[in-house]
Design a binder for this molecule. Structure first.
Ligand code: DX5
Ligand code: ZN
Length: 216
């Protein structure tokens, strides 16, 4: 099946980020997924702007930033300057979602909106036309290595139906607890972008695991 594989750097070794990115540069990964957390919206803190700036200079893969932060609108210009290609914000953090979506597009980036496991897909009905992708969280965001929430399967297939009904070609990205088995399920349900963290970085040979996943 043709799909996009985006390893999430969250599970990489942060003491050796340069080496980890070089590994990904030489792999079959399609993009690189950066998780940005603020300790407010999610109970964890990940990488900061200074790290994004430096790693964006050495990554050969296009960069996606998944912003798990309150007031994401404050950082749009900075992420644009770092060369981020797709900026994904959380529905739950945006009072004026439509306005922020348009600001991201005006800044020349692709735009995604992420939904927490409890947030129904219908909240995006009136902005779907404006989106390049919808990110379905298949765990509660904040940490790598959590257990996949099975309801995500029907959520993705309902979203796929809504996208088809509206005759759009919005991408569906899934993030959280993705491995060979759950990844295959999600692709069958209609997803076309898989974000994979611990399953790749905790594998004995991440390059081989990426290759194996690309063969799904
Ligand atoms: C969770 C993050 C994910 C995380 C996924 O809050 O959004 O991108 O890195 O990690 P795994 O694949 O280990 O669930
Ligand atoms: Zn993520």
């Amino acid at each position: 099946m043709s799909f996009i594989l985006a390893p999430s750097l969250l599970s990489a070794n942060f003491l050796h980020l340069e080496e980890e990115i070089e590994i990904l540069n030489g792999s079959m990964a399609d993009r690189l997924h950066l998780d940005i957390m603020d300790g407010v919206f999610v109970p964890n803190i990940s990488i900061g702007l200074q790290q994004v700036k430096h790693l964006s200079r050495i990554s050969f893969k296009p960069l996606d930033a998944h912003l798990m932060i309150v007031e994401p609108q404050k950082f749009i210009g900075l992420f644009r300057d770092f060369g981020i290609q797709t900026l994904t914000i959380h529905y739950e953090t945006c009072t004026h979602l439509h306005k922020i979506i348009m600001q991201i597009k005006e800044n020349g980036m692709k735009v995604g909106v992420a939904l927490n496991p409890h947030t129904p897909i219908e909240v995006l009905t009136d902005v779907l036309e404006e989106l390049d992708r919808v990110l379905i969280l298949s765990v509660n965001p904040g940490f790598g290595g959590q257990k996949f929430i099975p309801n995500s399967y029907s959520k993705v297939s309902r979203l796929k139906n809504l996208i088809n009904k509206k005759e759009l070609n919005t991408s569906i990205e899934v993030d959280g607890g993705i491995d060979i088995k759950t990844g295959k399920m999600m692709l069958e349900a209609g997803a076309n972008i898989l974000v994979v963290g611990s399953f790749i970085f905790e594998a004995k040979n991440p390059i081989e695991m990426i290759k194996q996943m690309k063969g799904l």
